[in-house]
Write a protein that binds this ligand. Sequence first.
Ligand code: ZN
Length: 228
Amino acid sequence: MYRLTGSVGQGGRNAHDDVLLVQKQLNKNAHITSAIGTLPETGIMDEATLRAILSFQRAVVRLGSPDGRVDPHGRTWRMLLGDQPQATNVAFVQLSGENGNFYLYESQDRVWGTASTIQSIRNVAAVLKPHGFEIAIGDISFQQGGRMAPHGSHRRGTDVDIRPVRADGRRAPVTISDPNYSHARTKLLVEALHAEPNLKLILFNDSKMAGVRFWEGHHNHLHVRFEE
Ligand SMILES: [Zn+2]
């Protein structure tokens, strides 16, 4: 199913099913780079699809001069399927330690990030302490980065999942439609995140919240992206 019969994109063969497959994978990876947006899955090679391929090559494959083309055995296609990007040579730092005014809701091996990302999380947690609540940190990245299922992103130590804040202070999941969800506390969290100079974006689906972008599936966590 995930095999291309021919190339897709600029100068490609652009067979319908191949184009469709590339569009679907681009959409699965849209989470990684805001430049892609959501593509209509038509199987027809068009301007929007070409732009998305170029954005993906620039932002994720890190091609100096993207060619806008996905070849069946090429690097762009492998990475669209979720292969690891080039090993990063930046050492990641693990988020750990008690009394940080946060708790982890995934395992310890999944909370490695760049030094600035980890520092920002600590800053935000500290800023919120006087307000009387802690924050819940989920997946960041593995120690060596790379693919972290089920996410498309979380490869570079700059993505952090955070639970919306509960009104009752329990260490438990919560969604925006749950009576225990605190919009007011989560708003303080969002504001504290925006005070970090390296914040890039927040994906979260509380439509009454300023400073966040809607993204499917983000009703039970904030996906926070920091600069590299
Ligand atoms: Zn996430």
